[in-house]
Design a protein around this ligand. Structure first.
Ligand SMILES: Nc1nc2c(ncn2[C@@H]2O[C@H](COP(=O)(O)OP(=O)(O)OP(=O)(O)O)[C@@H](O)[C@H]2O)c(=O)[nH]1
Ligand SMILES: [Mg+2]
Length: 294
């Protein structure tokens, strides 16, 4: 008998939700970066093991938004809670007032929740893990508390094991060989954005949108020609992104191409264009066009 479960992965920005998704399905379907608010929309990662299908939904970090984009992200994360069977609430430090936002929504959902303490590779001692556990444990009736390291893939199996009890008999919702709901263009645009997140600082990474404008098979070279557009909010940001003699943009392009080649198994010829669209994060039309709409 086939079984499946929808598992929402929620928490504050930067706690390691996307790293966890990739570790759980053992494939890179969500981009990861040291910057907050890396993930901008819900990303489905599917793991099918025989009769069991786990459908993980990675979500944008829940935060108090200051732009319309942020508001869509934050709301999108909340909405996964109303469709899920079980929740993994990922944390990486003791309870703080900023966790209230997540807690309130979890309480509203009434769902079974596993508290996932991430980044234990970074914590100095067991005392520190206990301190985090103690700060959370009385705030919700957690089904389990599981300390893990998504980065070093420690105790991922334990978490998966705990999740098997939430599988429900019924059909699989995705083909058994499918790993994500995102198409190749989306994944390419995201991998390009990931490189930008690593190579820029302060407001720039948050002001960037990436979309694929054109994609065409080049039969002679046996490659795919890809034109990607990088949107920034100001001319000064365009300058930063391009860099001296175009060096930064070139590096971003090279790294993105290598990743696309390796992860999506596509040999591409990548051309990047940088355009300015002022205040796009507050413009619903632009948000939609760049692929981050509701
Ligand atoms: N040391 C350590 N770092 C981790 C671990 N998991 C994630 N990180 C790092 O934490 C940072 C944030 O990881 P993400 O997976 O992008 O975090 P996120 O929760 O998806 O962030 P948003 O999408 O912005 O909400 C990255 O630099 C990761 O490499 C871990 O287990 N240990
Ligand atoms: Mg993320």
């Amino acid at each position: 008998m086939t079984k499946s479960a929808f598992i929402a992965i929620v928490g504050k920005p930067n706690v390691g939700k996307s790293t966890l998704l990739n570790a759980l399905i053992n494939k890179k379907v969500a981009i990861v970066s040291p910057k907050v608010q890396t993930t901008r929309y819900n990303i489905t990662g599917v793991l099918t093991e025989g009769d069991n299908q786990f459908v993980f939904i990675d979500t944008p970090g829940m935060h108090k938004p200051i732009h319309q984009l942020g508001s869509i992200m934050d709301k999108g994360a909340e909405n996964t809670l109303y469709d899920a069977d079980v929740v993994c609430w990922v944390v990486d430090r003791p309870f703080h007032q900023s966790d209230e936002r997540v807690l309130k929504r979890i309480e509203k959902s009434g769902l079974p929740v596993i508290l996932v303490i991430n980044k234990i590779d970074k914590l100095e001692s067991k005392t520190h893990i206990d301190e985090i556990i103690l700060s959370f444990i009385h705030r919700y009736d957690f089904k389990e508390v599981i300390p893990i390291s998504a980065l070093s893939q420690t105790h991922i199996d334990k978490l998966k094991e705990a999740l098997t009890q939430y599988l429900i008999e019924g059909p699989h919702y995705f083909p058994d060989d499918e790993v994500t709901d995102q198409n190749d263009e989306r994944r390419m645009a995201e991998l390009i954005r990931e490189k930008i997140l690593y190579h820029t600082e302060e407001e720039v990474p948050h002001s960037v949108a990436v979309f694929i404008e054109h994609l065409e098979q080049n039969k002679e070279l046996n490659t795919i020609d890809v034109n990607a557009v990088i949107i920034v909010e100001r001319d000064s940001q365009k300058g930063i992104l391009i860099g001296k003699n175009g060096e930064r943009l070139k590096r971003i392009g090279t790294e993105a191409r290598k990743d696309i080649n390796r992860i999506l198994n596509m040999k591409i010829h990548l051309t990047l264009w940088v355009k300015v669209k002022e205040n796009w994060r507050n413009d619903p039309g632009s948000i939609e066009r760049y692929g981050y709409g509701e």
